[in-house]
Unconditional design. Structure first.
Length: 102
């Protein structure tokens, strides 16, 4: 079983890959960011489903290697913690912007 690197979780690459590339056409405003967020949420959902499936297999005795469940559960937990942390930072940034005086 191949364990993906942490950068692959959520489908978000390096900061440099988020900007437009030379010669590329720009997407509609907000479209690219929204699609990345949507993809990250979909991947988080898939990780949670895989963890739930492994937990059911472990409970019924269908799972041959318990470490497969532990890996799936840890991946889902780590991805969820990352998503919550990103959400909290985004909310903090929004609140800071709202406190700015014009």
């Amino acid at each position: 079983m191949v364990i993906p690197p942490i950068g692959a979780i959520g489908g978000i690459g390096s900061v440099g890959s988020l900007g437009p590339t030379a010669g590329a056409t720009q997407a509609a405003p907000g479209g690219d960011f929204a699609s990345k967020i949507s993809d990250a949420i979909d991947q988080l959902d898939e990780l949670n489903k895989a963890s739930d499936t492994a937990a059911q297999q472990a409970a019924t005795g269908d799972l041959t290697d318990i470490h497969d469940y532990m890996i799936a559960a840890t991946e889902a937990s780590t991805a969820t913690e990352l998503a919550v942390s990103v959400r909290n930072r985004a909310l903090e940034a929004f609140q800071e912007i709202m406190r700015m005086q014009v």
